[in-house]
Design a protein around this ligand. Structure first.
Ligand code: GCO
Ligand code: MG
Length: 434
């Protein structure tokens, strides 16, 4: 018991980097003492705000801030139905803010509350992408010069209009290289690409994605990068659950020769069982989990050693309290952590990732989306990245703040289709998973 109680719980919405972020702020009975937490579910932000303000705030105001475990457990079941992304993000905002407060009260950084540092800093990976192999090769060289050692590579597929993580558009690829795109699939797909106008026939533009050309193009990219940049850096790749499972099994075998640090989201969570086939056939390191929300999805993957890297998005599972337990479960099976850290993990979420990265023994790697300066201004204390690592500022709590006045200068913009994720499609019009 601390005799410090929750006075108010508020949600702050801001998008300094053109990505909608959701932050929860808890004020306490001590006028100067507050905490902040990440509750960012960028595709459905207003639903999280409602979940916090309409349901968690009335449930929690007046509670002792010291009782994080009890607050988490009782909030988790206070909706009876649980484990969805909206309620988990709401819970994460509260949970991280309470860890921040506990750290400030103890005058310790959160990694110290968790048991202290197991390493000096967290190794990060950054993103290289583009429309041709040479542009990607150049980016990798530049990253290596800046001290990075781990780079995720994603490339547009010539002739197609959609690929995860590499922008859109064969048309752009054509313009850039000045050459006709070399499309590696059947002619009828090429014709479809030319005719494709997503706004005419479908709402929610996404472009055309075909698995086999994507796979051939990705293998070609890895081969080029290993030949030109060499083997003295770690290469990563994200499939983003787009290809049919049996092609995924083959892809995992085909990339084994390129010695990836990991291959990510080879299947959808709905297809978790296919990972067994991959395990039986090759030793490509597998990363999975950014789409997991529920322990039911995670536990079998860990206990059966079907993955090597747990990629959970900490706010999607409810914050630091469940994440530290998941990390401990993973440690027992020697599965490493690789917490999701794209641009739609807010800087507060990155600070929470970092606290666990520094503490757990079984840390694998940390994804880092390079923040623009104006985001760092909105979030003073945003973790610093240099020498290929993310470093804590060692301040009490999460070590990060939110400048509310500045945040208010970047309100959410109007978005088409409510800001829905684009819908990629096969050439015949069939929807493809994101
Ligand atoms: C990754 C990702 C993300 C997601 C995004 C969804 O970085 O590994 O897959 O970029 O697509 O977070 O909102
Ligand atoms: Mg991913």
């Amino acid at each position: 018991m601390s005799n410090v109680t929750i006075r108010d719980i508020r949600v702050i919405l801001t998008e300094p980097d053109d990505i909608r972020l959701v932050i929860v702020k808890i004020d306490t009975s001590e006028p100067e003492l507050y905490g902040i937490g990440c509750a960012t579910f960028t595709q459905r932000p207003s639903t999280v705000k409602a979940a916090v303000e309409d349901y968690l705030a009335p449930f929690l105001i007046g509670r002792d801030v010291a009782d994080i475990e009890d607050i988490w457990q009782s909030s988790y079941v206070s909706s009876y139905w649980r484990n969805g992304p909206v309620l988990n993000n709401a819970l994460s905002g509260v949970d991280q803010a309470l860890w921040d407060i506990k750290g400030k009260m103890a005058n310790m950084p959160v990694y110290d509350l968790l048991g202290g540092k197991a390493r000096d800093a967290a190794g990060v990976y950054v993103h290289a992408s583009g429309s041709d192999v040479v542009a990607i090769e150049d980016q990798i060289h530049a990253f290596i010069e800046q001290g990075f050692h781990n780079v995720r590579v994603q490339m547009e597929t010539p002739g197609l209009t959609s690929n995860y993580g590499a922008g859109k558009g064969s048309s752009r690829a054509d313009e850039n290289s000045g050459k006709p795109a070399e499309y590696l699939g059947p002619r009828w797909v090429t014709n479809r690409v030319r005719e494709f106008d997503p706004n005419k026939r479908y709402a929610h533009p996404g472009g055309i994605f075909e698995p086999k050309p994507y796979i051939r193009n990705a293998l070609n990219l890895f081969d080029h990068v290993r030949n030109k940049v060499g083997w003295d850096f770690e290469m990563l790749h994200d499939v983003h659950e787009r290809i049919p499972p049996i092609l995924g099994v083959k892809f995992a075998k085909d990339v084994e020769q390129f010695d990836l640090f990991f291959l990510e989201d080879l299947f959808s969570p709905e297809d978790n069982e296919y990972f067994r086939m991959v395990r039986e056939q090759c030793a490509t390191p597998i990363a999975m989990g950014e789409l997991y929300n529920s322990p039911h999805e995670m536990i079998p993957m860990v206990k059966d050693r079907l993955i090597d890297f747990m990629r959970v998005h900490i706010s999607q599972i409810g914050g630091i309290t469940p994440a530290k337990k998941l990390a401990a479960l993973c440690e027992a099976f020697n599965v490493r952590t690789a917490w999701h850290g794209p641009g739609d993990t807010s800087p507060v979420g990155h600070a929470a990732n970092l606290a666990i990265d520094l503490n757990v023994w079984n840390f694998g790697i940390q994804e880092y989306a390079i923040f623009k300066d104006r985001t760092k201004e909105v979030f003073p204390g945003c973790p610093e990245v240099h020498d290929g690592h993310m470093w804590s500022n060692d301040k009490p709590g999460l070590g990060i703040d939110l400048d509310e006045e500045l945040a208010a200068k970047y309100p959410f913009k109007e978005r088409e289709f409510g800001g829905a994720w684009d819908t990629p499609r096969r050439a015949d019009g069939t929807m493809v998973k994101p």
